[in-house]
Design a protein around this ligand. Sequence first.
Ligand SMILES: [Zn+2]
Length: 151
Amino acid sequence: MRKVYYNSIMAHLFLWVKGKSTATFFGFICTKRKKTDPLTVEDINHEAIHVEQYMEITAAAVILAILLSPWIGWSAWPFILALTLFYVIYFVEAGISWVWHYIHRQKASTAPMNQAYYNSMFEMEAYANEDNTGYIPARKSFHWLHYIGKV
Ligand SMILES: [Zn+2]
């Protein structure tokens, strides 16, 4: 089970959406909640799946940055991009999804922003498997790609 950072400054700074108290920041599970109000096993498993997603994308991007650097020149930006690539993919997909749901509006009761969140490939993998504590050890790398384009 991954470590949870309770009453986290990162969570307090960046989680301003109502009802959101917990997120994964650069591979660390951070929550606004206090230790006296702990996360459930499912919550922790959900965030731990995001940690796996973050680690594999970052590892692949760092390897790519190292391989490309002799050609493009050694500089910091490919490595900074590598550390943030998970969030770039996450928010680009959410933006595209938000526009798609805004145009289509299949479920009028659900706001396009919420639909974009629940239809994120990263969230779909995490929600589909958060109840299964044996999921992460058995998980195939980059399994979030399995959910790409599913809405
Ligand atoms: Zn999530």
